[in-house]
Design a protein around this ligand. Sequence first.
Ligand code: BT5
Length: 324
Amino acid sequence: NSIRKKLVNALLSASDDEYLSGQNLADVLGCSRTAVWKHIEDLRKLGYEVEAVKKKGYRIIRKPNQLSEEEILFGLRTSFIGRNIIHYETVDSTQIEAKKFARNQAPEGTLVIAEEQTQGRGRMAREWHSSKKKGIWMSLIIRPKLPLEKAPQFTLLTAIAVAKAIEEVTQLRPEIKWPNDILLDGKKVTGILTEVQGEPDHINYLVIGIGINVNHTQDDFPEDVRDIATSLSIQANNSVSRVALIQSIMQYFEEYYQLYVEQGFVPLKQIWEKYAISIGKEIIARTVSGNIYGKAIGITDEGVLKLADNQGNIQLIYSADIDI
Ligand code: BT5
């Protein structure tokens, strides 16, 4: 397995039209040329298309549509976010698995990803559709040294990291709907689910679930969300690299996390406001204790939604679904 990682890394680091000779690879891997050939065969079984040309050597001409650990780590420029990757073909929910790893002391920054989820979940146990290889279904474990009440701010931090990454990779212009939706063209492309374990005065761990529709066609969505959901490829008119997007999200997440630790939530709030969609609009906040109608006027320095109700009173909304 570690030889395979080295081999993939060597082949990936070659430029597009460059071939790596069998001898060269044998030297890098510390094995015989026959062994190199066998490892190349293994790569082909994993879906890599590897061209072999006599006297020149090998090169990758097509990568599988697969979220391999090697490919994500290759070129990932973070120091701890996303450096420990656990990958599943199929899993009930990356959120469930990540919580198990978190309980068992997985290091901060551990990322659990899956090609497919059979029990993907949103908030309040709502279903999250996670079809095979179409999207990014992942959960990130972090251990901030903070009181429990700060946990919801990580949903907003994550939202700006994902929005930035979408912008960087696709040039699309995403919008954030407080607290946890990212929209394109008014339709949901990303949902975020932050779950926390701790005591009132400190967080033990946060598991941040991120679901992004990447290469779905409209028909790939089940009927119940077909009209409200969209994907990056639908909006960009092009397929989008899941690996590139994950790398970009990890990088922005780490950057904003460090900013948050150093300076608190306020600088993130300023970035968040640039993407906010509902501010200044009449909205309905559906909370567990009933619906509140009013105008969303912004978020507090703590990330709590401020709503001016019809009597002109300011209401603070800590948790709700927002209808615009
Ligand atoms: C969310 O909940 O938006 C949070 C979604 C988090 C999913 C990630 S995937 C990785 C990790 N593992 C998990 O099991 N979960 C996390 P909420 O705001 O409650 O929105 C849920 C609602 O979104 C559903 O009731 C549907 O209406 C809609 N929905 C479901 N699947 C969707 C999809 N693929 N795209 C857009 N909307 C969807």
